[in-house]
Every structure is written in structure tokens, then in C-alpha cells.
Design a protein around this ligand. Structure first.
Ligand code: HEM
Length: 196
């Protein structure tokens, strides 16, 4: 008889998803409640949230230890496209601000933040389709939400495969979960500030 129990969430990315499900769900509902597709000006507020979040994590995409673990990491940074989208929407960039990340961010914590940033591309594909009704798309105003040429799902699986393969102790994985939750809290804070 096989008595080995199958863990409910066998991979790290699945555990991160489970641990942040509630925060993601409430963030998603909070953003949609703001009717961000009512006008380009409302959509721009969401893009400002994206800008502030991606500016916080921009430096992570060039950290050698992270690049070594996550192939193609540098190419995943979307800050430039977000800035371009804000320009298309005739918005200035949000004022300079200190980064929300700890100054000497530990690698597991950084992995949690990157999980949130990369995962947000999945919901991004839905938002991308909805942005079309405002006349926005890959070439104008919503370029940062456009799916990767490989396909959003495939691009995500490449990331999670690498993330799942990073050797972490149980304690370090808890730090990654804390990093993901901190990222979600930060984004939520930006939503509250941009949609006053
Ligand atoms: C209104 C806005 C949003 C909607 C409608 C939305 C919707 C979705 C959907 C449908 C998925 C795919 C779930 C799945 O395949 O199982 C997803 C995944 C995800 N989203 Fe969102 N999302 C939104 C905003 C965000 C934001 C702002 C962030 C973070 C900054 C975020 C982070 C994530 C993450 C990390 C995942 C990956 C979950 C996993 O591990 O599979 N989402 N989102």
C-alpha cells in the first residue's frame, strides 16, 4: 500500500499562489471596482500604480544572483513599456520616491516580489483585451499588458519552472512568501493612493 501523501501544492509557485490568493483576490476586485476602463484617464491611474510597483523592483532584474537563477530575467522588466504607455496616455511619470524594497533585499524575499510582478502578466492579458475598448493596445497605451511573443502562459511557465527549481530551505521559502505578500501590500497601497 502506498501511504505517501501528495502535498496539496507540490511546487513553490503553487504554494506562493495559495499563500497570496486572498490578497490577490481583494486587489483584483478593488481595481475592477474603480472602473478603470471607463476612460483613458481612469486607466492611466492603474498604469501609474503599475509604474510605481515596477519602479520599486526595477533593480532586481539586473541582480547577478537573480539573473543566474532565472534565465532571461533582464528581458522581463516592463518599466520602459509602462513609461511609454503613460506617455501615450499624456501622463507625466509619478514623482520620484524611495523604493518600497528593503535596501539590502535578501534573495528569497526578492523572488517573492518577482513572482508577483511576473504573475501579474496573467491577469494583464485580460486587462489588455478590455483596454481595446479605449482604443489602446500593444502599440499605444497598453503595451506593457501585451502578451509576450512566446504566449503569456508559456512565458509564465518558463518563469515558474526556474522559480520552482531554486534551492531554498523551508525558512527561505517562508521569506519568499513574505516577499510576495509585501509586494501585494505595496501595490494595494499604491491603488489606495492613486484612486482617492
Ligand atoms: C484587475 C486586475 C487583475 C485581474 C483581473 C487579475 C486576474 C488574474 C487572473 C485571471 C490570473 C490567472 C489565474 C490563474 O491562471 O490561475 C491572475 C494571476 C496572477 N495575478 Fe492577477 N489580476 C489582476 C491584477 C493583478 C495585480 C495588480 C497583481 C500584482 C501586482 C497581480 C498578480 C497576479 C499573480 C502573482 C498571478 C499568478 C498567480 C499564479 O501563481 O498562478 N494581479 N490574475
Amino acid at each position: 500500500m502506498n501511504t505517501t501523501e501528495t502535498p496539496a501544492f507540490p511546487s513553490r509557485s503553487q504554494r506562493l499562489k495559495a499563500a497570496t490568493h486572498g490578497t490577490h483576490d481583494s486587489l483584483d476586485k478593488r481595481i475592477m471596482a474603480e472602473d478603470i476602463f471607463a476612460s483613458r484617464a481612469r486607466f492611466a491611474r492603474f498604469v501609474r500604480v503599475q509604474y510605481r510597483f515596477h519602479r520599486d523592483i526595477q533593480a532586481l532584474y539586473a541582480v547577478p544572483a537573480l539573473v543566474a537563477l532565472l534565465p532571461g530575467l533582464a528581458g522581463r522588466c516592463r518599466l520602459e513599456q509602462i513609461a511609454q504607455d503613460l506617455g501615450d496616455l499624456e501622463q507625466g511619470l509619478p514623482a520620484a520616491a524611495p523604493t518600497a524594497l528593503p535596501a539590502a533585499v535578501e534573495l528569497p524575499h526578492a523572488l517573492g516580489w518577482l513572482y508577483v510582478a511576473e504573475g501579474s502578466n496573467l491577469g494583464g492579458t485580460i486587462l489588455f483585451k478590455m483596454a481595446a475598448k479605449l482604443g489602446l493596445g500593444a502599440r499605444f497605451g497598453a503595451s506593457h499588458l501585451a502578451a509576450h511573443p512566446d504566449g503569456a502562459a508559456r512565458h509564465w511557465r518558463q518563469f515558474t519552472a526556474a522559480l520552482d527549481a531554486v534551492p531554498l530551505t523551508a525558512g527561505q521559502e517562508a521569506e519568499a512568501i513574505e516577499g510576495a505578500n509585501a509586494a501585494f501590500r505595496t501595490v494595494r497601497g499604491y491603488v489606495e493612493e492613486e484612486f482617492v
